[in-house]
Design a binder for this molecule. Structure first.
Ligand SMILES: Cc1cc2nc3c(=O)[nH]c(=O)nc-3n(C[C@H](O)[C@H](O)[C@H](O)COP(=O)(O)OP(=O)(O)OC[C@H]3O[C@@H](n4cnc5c(N)ncnc54)[C@H](O)[C@@H]3O)c2cc1C
Length: 390
């Protein structure tokens, strides 16, 4: 069975190709001329998402009946990859937003779908995901923020850390503790960011992905109605995991995009830069690095598209998404360092974009489950110990 799945072949449909091409076109026109300055200034280009929204990129995964494009995860992965090839920060902004679209679609009731999906898909309204807390990252079940029942809903209190899109989001999917039990204690909520009591406490300064927004959010006596509950009370942990499994396809695609950018820049430089009377690409010490980079990019793409295709087909994809994220992120981090090496001293300067790729690549090994967490999932699957709720 595993063998069969790992040998699945890929042929992209017209629609998938068209969506990838559209994302590439927007990235080339709207992002590439500005990304170095945005990165230097740590600027979140809010207006870019108005344009991506108008082009349908923010609603790729949302069915047409709710105002979206209704495309599949392969098309989504292609779009994220093309954005990341130019700007990894834009890619994660869209990826986290799409994770919320998918969570509302999968876990929400009809009223929540009608309320949020058209806005997320076509009304310039970003989604954010708030699980991590200062004392709860990989061990998300240790989160302390609470949702206390009130007469007409819940009162939320706590601190959420490193929330992507947090400052600019319209709606936040937040996980809060509704009881003290060990299991079944966490519930997911859809919280409008404008609700009184939500404060952006700190915008995080980061090593890379400077064009994305990462912030800490304080929830102080935030009153929400019963209809804010996403899924059943006590099912928020598995809801968050459901969102993250799909999200990992987005991060794997982001890593593929960074890797593709490293390869593009390195091949160009290897042809243009001369040393000892030859282009440096003529030296095997350089061309072997390029060969390995290209091979790992192919492998990362195939793993990512496989996970995306399984997800779209409604088949199990949890382990495949972990493998894709693990492989693609490791390859992106490793080859971004090689891309800097190929560029020599120029690679270490901001004159060339590879220093940005190097800074951006690292995060793909950390968020939405570190590489160690992906290995735990893959290992448990091999040993027959995978608990799909954890
Ligand atoms: C830029 C950025 C954006 C983010 N965006 C979001 C977001 O939008 N929403 C959100 O909720 N969170 C977000 N996060 C949080 C991110 O998902 C966590 O940082 C990540 O899950 C790791 O958690 P942690 O940082 O607490 O590390 P820890 O869990 O403390 O881990 C520290 C180290 O210990 C290792 N480790 C932990 N447990 C084990 C184990 N059982 N076995 C082996 N090794 C282990 C880890 O792999 C890691 O190497 C973001 C983080 C960053 C930096």
């Amino acid at each position: 069975m595993l063998e069969e799945r790992s040998r699945a072949a890929f042929e992209l449909s017209e629609e998938q190709r068209a969506i990838g091409a559209l994302a590439a076109e927007i990235a080339a026109k709207e992002i590439a001329p500005h990304v170095a300055a945005w990165d230097r200034d740590h600027a979140f280009p809010r207006h870019l998402y108005t344009k991506l929204n108008a082009a349908g990129i923010l609603g790729i995964l949302v069915p047409e009946q709710y105002g979206g494009v209704g495309a599949d995860y392969v098309a989504y992965a292609l779009a994220i990859e093309e954005l990341a090839r130019v700007d990894a920060g834009a890619a994660v902004t869209v990826s986290v937003h799409s994770m919320i679209c998918n969570a509302v679609l999968k876990l929400g009731n009809e009223e929540q779908r009608r309320r949020y999906l058209p806005r997320l898909a076509s009304e310039d309204y970003l989604g954010a995901f708030a699980l991590t807390e200062p004392e709860a990252g990989s061990d998300a079940n240790a989160l302390r923020s609470t949702a206390r029942r009130s007469a007409d809903g819940y009162v939320l209190n706590g601190r959420k850390q490193w929330c992507t899109n947090g400052s600019y989001s319209g709606v936040i999917m937040g996980m809060f503790r509704t009881s003290d039990r060990d299991r079944g204690a966490i519930s997911a909520f859809l919280i409008e960011n404008s609700t009184p009591g939500i404060v952006v406490e700190r915008v995080t300064e980061k090593l890379g992905i400077h064009t994305s927004n990462t912030c800490d959010l304080a929830f102080d006596d935030v009153h929400v109605g019963r209809n804010a509950l996403l899924g059943e009370e006590g099912q928020g942990f598995s809801g968050a995991m459901t969102a993250l499994h799909g999200g990992r396809i987005g991060i794997a695609a982001q890593a593929c995009g960074i890797l593709a950018a490293c390869l593009d820049a390195s091949v160009k430089f290897a042809k243009e830069r001369h040393a000892f009377g030859k282009p440096i690409g003529a030296f095997e010490g350089v061309s072997f690095k390029l060969a390995q980079m290209a091979t790992d990019l192919d492998a990362a793409r195939l793993l990512t598209y496989r996970a995306a295709a399984l997800c779209s087909a409604g088949k199990p994809f949890l382990v495949e998404a972990s493998k894709a994220k693990l492989f693609a992120s490791t390859a992106a981090r490793r080859h971004a360092a090689e891309a800097v090496q190929i560029h020599g001293g120029y690679g270490y300067t901001t004159e060339f974009p590879v220093e940005r790729y190097y800074r951006d690549a690292k995060i793909t090994e950390i968020y939405e489950g570190t590489s160690e967490i992906q290995q735990i999932i893959i290992g448990r699957d091999l040993l027959g110990r995978l608990d799909r709720d954890r």
